[in-house]
Write a protein that binds this ligand. Structure first.
Ligand code: AMP
Length: 199
C-alpha cells in the first residue's frame, strides 16, 4: 500500500466515522486514526470506561448502556467538549460514535465553529449482517434483544445524519459488508491517503 507523506496542516484531519452498531466502525477508526496521526475518540469506549471505573458519570449511564439506548445529548456534549479541548486533539481527531443525533451534530458544530469537520465517513452495512456480527462479537451486554434495540435506535436517531452530512458535501459512503482490509483500503482511498492501483 503506497501511503502518502504525513498529512500537512491542510489535509483531512477532523474526521467523523458514522455507521450502524457492529458495522466495524471501531476497528476502522483505530486503523484510520493511526494513518492520520490523530487521536481515536470513541464515546462508547469513554462511557464504558466510566462505567467500569464506577465514576459518577459511569453510575448514571450504566443502565442506559446495558439497554442499548442513548445517553442524553447534554451529557454527551460535556464529555466531548472536554475531550476535544485536550492538547492531543488540537491538530485533528477521529470521532467514533459521536455525533449520533441531529442535536449532537449542532452541538459539535457549535464546538468547532467555522473549522467544523473535514470528512464524514459512512460505513454502510445491511441490517441482516449487523445482528449476526453483533452476536458474533460476544460482549457481555450483547444479547440479541439489546443488539436489535441498538439497531432500532440507530435507524431512528442516527441515520438522519447521513442525509444531513450528504447535503453538506462532506460525506463519503463506504461499503462495510466486506473484509476489514478491503474496507480500510476504500476509506484510505476516499480520503486521498493512498492512490488507487498502488495497494
Ligand atoms: P458504541 O461503542 O459507540 O456502540 O457505544 C456504546 C453505547 O454508548 C451506546 O449504545 C450508547 O448507549 C452510548 N453512546 C456512545 N456514544 C453515544 C452518543 N454519541 N450519544 C449517546 N449515547 C452514546
Amino acid at each position: 500500500m503506497a501511503v502518502d507523506s504525513p498529512p500537512t496542516a491542510t489535509s483531512t484531519r477532523r474526521v467523523v466515522l458514522l455507521g450502524p452498531p457492529s458495522s466495524g466502525k471501531g476497528t476502522q477508526a483505530e486503523i484510520l486514526a493511526e494513518h492520520l496521526g490523530v487521536p481515536h475518540i470513541s464515546t462508547g469506549d469513554m462511557l464504558r470506561e466510566a462505567r467500569d471505573a464506577g465514576t459518577e458519570l459511569g453510575e448514571r449511564v450504566e443502565s442506559i448502556l446495558s439497554a442499548g439506548e442513548l445517553v442524553d445529548d447534554d451529557t454527551m456534549a460535556d464529555l466531548v467538549a472536554e475531550r476535544l479541548s485536550r492538547r492531543d486533539a488540537q491538530q485533528g481527531f477521529l470521532l467514533d460514535g459521536y455525533p449520533r443525533t441531529l442535536r449532537q451534530v449542532r452541538d459539535l458544530e457549535g464546538l468547532l465553529g467555522s473549522s467544523d469537520v473535514d470528512a464524514v465517513l459512512f460505513i454502510d452495512v445491511p441490517e441482516e449482517a449487523l445482528v449476526e456480527r453483533g452476536l458474533g462479537r460476544g460482549r457481555e451486554d450483547d444479547t440479541e434483544e439489546v443488539i436489535r434495540k441498538r439497531i432500532a435506535v440507530y435507524r431512528e436517531q442516527t441515520e438522519p445524519l447521513v442525509e444531513h452530512y450528504g447535503n453538506s458535501g462532506v460525506l463519503e459512503t463506504v461499503d462495510g459488508n466486506r473484509p476489514i482490509e478491503d474496507v480500510t483500503a476504500e476509506i484510505l482511498e476516499s480520503l486521498g491517503l493512498v492512490h488507487k492501483g498502488h495497494e
